[in-house]
Ligand binder design. Structure first.
Ligand SMILES: Nc1ncnc2c1ncn2[C@@H]1O[C@H](COP(=O)(O)OP(=O)(O)O)[C@@H](O)[C@H]1O
Ligand SMILES: [Mg+2]
Length: 287
């Protein structure tokens, strides 16, 4: 059975959705959950298979469930959990198929131990869902990194042209599949001008990979003043995070060396500068 491409899956799902909204419930088409694939700030992600209802092709998928710990901490009810999944799904579906945007297949009800079923978001499983492990384990050339940046910029442009703010753009949400970069995770997305359902306190200053993502206009406000409106994510905050992500991708191994140079060798205090021997030793330790 020929596997459909990601753009073919996206096109199939979107057409089906335009005809029948309830077609997004793909529970009947998804197998039981297998191994855990990974997790982010909000979701635990498991392997499963989705059977394409027209062609019968069995497509490996990932199913994302909201973490119990988050739902408990936030005192979210099942209604909120459902609303969050539905919100992520509907932002995602605003976006027409694009080769640099991970498609969404739909949601599947998942029975968890002793609890009511929860909705899991179903996406095609990708080869490399973690760009850091790609940079760590493979020697990538400047040209390959340049291509990744061009592709994610193209994907983000496409998302923006659908009037969507991604809202959580960082290297942990850039996946690679069959040599192509894909933007994933619409959990904090919204239509331009709308508010997110996710509370402000979850604006964080660090992503899962430890990259600082302090978007200045989102973090510099007076928390103690209840009258000031909380700053909202915008397409311009996405751009800031795209810039940070591109910086991360370009400088992955040289970032530590640069930090050392700037902090130590270029110190404005002459006494704080290391010896040439120490510099040579330090550069032996970078790889
Ligand atoms: N389609 C997928 N294929 C393979 N792994 C995935 C997929 N989607 C998510 N994952 C894994 O789960 C992690 C969290 O997914 P993500 O959608 O970013 O959730 P969160 O909203 O919690 O950040 C990813 O970093 C990745 O390791
Ligand atoms: Mg994520």
């Amino acid at each position: 059975m020929v596997q459909p491409t990601l753009v073919e899956i996206a096109t199939f799902i979107r057409n089906r959705f335009l005809h029948n909204r309830s077609a997004l419930n793909v529970t009947e088409e998804v197998s039981a959950l297998g191994v855990k694939l990974g997790e982010g700030m909000f979701g635990d992600v498991y392997a499963a298979d989705w059977t394409h209802p027209d062609t019968g092709a069995v497509v490996p998928v990932a199913v994302k469930l909201l973490k119990n710990s988050i739902a408990n901490k936030m005192n979210w009810t099942y209604a909120t959990v459902y609303e969050l999944a539905n919100h992520e799904l509907s932002c995602w579906l605003e976006i027409e198929p694009h080769e640099n945007v991970l498609p969404i297949i739909g949601f599947s009800w998942v029975q968890t131990e002793g609890l009511p079923s929860v909705p899991g978001l179903v996406t095609p499983r990708v080869d490399r869902p973690n760009i850091r492990s790609v940079l760590e384990t493979e020697a990538t050339t400047f040209e390959q990194r340049r291509q990744i940046i061009i592709q994610v910029a193209n994907g983000l442009q496409h998302i923006h042209s659908a009037n969507i703010v991604h809202g959580d753009f960082h290297p942990g949400n850039i996946f690679l599949h069959q040599g192509r970069a894909l933007i994933a995770d619409f959990g904090l997305s919204k239509v331009v001008g709308a508010s997110t359902i996710v509370p402000h306190q979850q604006l964080r200053d660090k992503d899962e990979l430890g990259v600082y993502m302090n978007v200045p206009e989102l973090v510099e406000f007076d928390e103690s003043d209840d009258d000031t409106p909380r700053p909202a994510r915008t397409q311009k905050s996405d751009i800031y995070m795209l810039g940070k992500s591109a910086d991360y991708i370009l400088t992955f191994e040289i970032a530590d060396a640069l930090r050392y140079l700037h902090d130590e060798c270029l110190n404005s205090d002459p006494a704080a500068r290391p010896s040439a021997e120490a510099i040579a030793l330090k550069f032996h330790s970078f790889n």
